[in-house]
Design a binder for this molecule. Structure first.
Ligand code: THG
Length: 367
């Protein structure tokens, strides 16, 4: 494929110089920012992520900051997850829905204080929706995109690498909690989170100047742990059932269809703009839902469009992510399947660009 033409509409990050020095081979664009997708090869990156530790430039997980007296109220308008128990120091994975219950994003919310939140967004222009609500409803809240860039440290050796830089107390951070740590005079919010199932941290860097010093410090400290630059890995995230907004679900899907019902407490999420719509659909339950699937045969090609899923010649769903898994020796996949055919073990046919293949609905994801 051709390359991406550089322009200010495709934003570089505070870590781009390091990413390039590490030999990035391929990028995608996410929130109008560069996101690496391959360093050595998707398979080599996959094995290394599961064995060692990687530094990921995930600056493209941009923050929408809500600051002011109405910040909490506006947060609850955005999501069917009940935020009343959320405390400073906590992160929460929150589906965000419009007034029809359609998903607008699936970010990680970070509560800094009662009057200040960061929403660490997936790939959609959530800022515009949030600004529109705040202005239209005359809320006492500032909504903007601060200069904050997450850097993820992921893999089984992430704790050891991070402890060697920030001290052993970093090991005590619990899943989806954060603490403040100082490095060379810079205060860094560090959470135990990240877009892999291998464990690790995300450092939210404020400002850009300290980007490369931070990158270089982690790379140097990581040498004993075989650190390498990495990025969210397609194979590992499908094995783990981590969804990709814009690929696996869009505004056409409710959180329940996306399999994110466990992150909704719609009944008590008073003020959520999609509450009535979601209560209506949740009563009946979805008629189609996200499923893990495996695809028989050789490695499938890249899934860059929806692949129809059929039972005989009847369309019963669509596959949206698929990749060959070296560890499980099958193609792992994510797709949406109608309820008549979503039971584990159901045998279906998927129309790949290389022709039809046998697919099976799995009971669970792999990790
Ligand atoms: N970290 C941060 N921001 C992000 C992502 C991230 N923004 C974009 C994107 N990733 C948002 N999507 C997800 C999807 C899944 C998870 C996090 C963000 C995730 N899910 C866990 C799971 O499903 O097992 C845990 C969820 C939970 O139990 O609360 O971590 O990665 N900063």
């Amino acid at each position: 494929m051709a390359t991406i033409a550089p322009s200010r509409r495709v934003r570089r990050t505070p870590f781009s110089d390091g990413v390039e020095a590490a030999g990035v081979k391929s990028y995608t664009v996410y929130n109008r920012m560069l996101l690496p997708t391959v360093f050595r090869s998707v398979e080599e990156d996959y094995h290394h992520l599961k064995d060692a530790v990687q530094i990921w430039d995930v600056s493209c997980e941009r923050q929408v900051e809500l600051r002011g007296r109405d910040a909490g109220r506006l947060m609850q308008m955005l999501t069917p997850r009940d935020l009343r128990g959320m405390l400073p120091g906590q992160c929460l994975y929150i589906p965000i829905v419009d007034e029809t219950g359609g998903m607008l994003n699936d970010p990680v919310a970070v509560k800094i204080s009662d009057e200040r939140y960061w929403i660490s967004i997936a790939d959609s222009d959530l800022l515009l929706w949030v600004k529109g609500l705040a202005f239209g409803l005359h809320l006492d809240v500032l909504v903007e995109e601060p200069d904050v860039s997450p850097l993820a440290i992921q893999g089984p050796k992430a704790d050891d690498l991070m402890a060697s830089v920030f001290g052993d107390s970093i090991r005590d951070i619990k899943f989806f909690r954060y603490g403040w740590f100082n490095l060379e005079g810079h205060d860094l919010l560090i959470a135990r989170s990240g877009y892999s199932k291998q464990g690790g941290f995300e450092i939210y860097l404020e400002g850009s100047e300290f980007g490369m010093p931070l990158w270089n410090t982690l790379m140097e400290a990581g040498k004993p742990f075989d650190v390498h630059a990495g990025c969210p890995n397609l194979i590992e995230r499908i094995e783990g059932g981590l969804l990709s907004y814009g690929n696996d679900m869009t505004r056409d899907n409710t959180p329940h269809e996306a399999g994110l019902g466990r992150f909704c407490s719609t009944q008590t999420a008073i003020g959520c703009v999609g509450r009535d719509a979601l209560l209506r659909v949740a009563k009946e339950g979805p008629v189609k839902q996200m499923r893990s699937m495996s695809v028989a045969g050789d490695p499938v090609p890249a899934c860059d469009r929806v692949w129809p899923v059929k039972a005989g010649d009847k369309l019963v769903g669509q596959m949206t992510s698929a990749a060959w898994s070296p560890d499980y020796k099958t193609n792992v996949a994510i797709g949406m399947v109608r309820m008549t055919h979503w039971d584990a073990g159901t045998e279906l046919t998927v129309e790949t660009p290389d022709g039809p293949r046998q697919a099976v609905v799995e009971e669970n994801f792999w990790i």
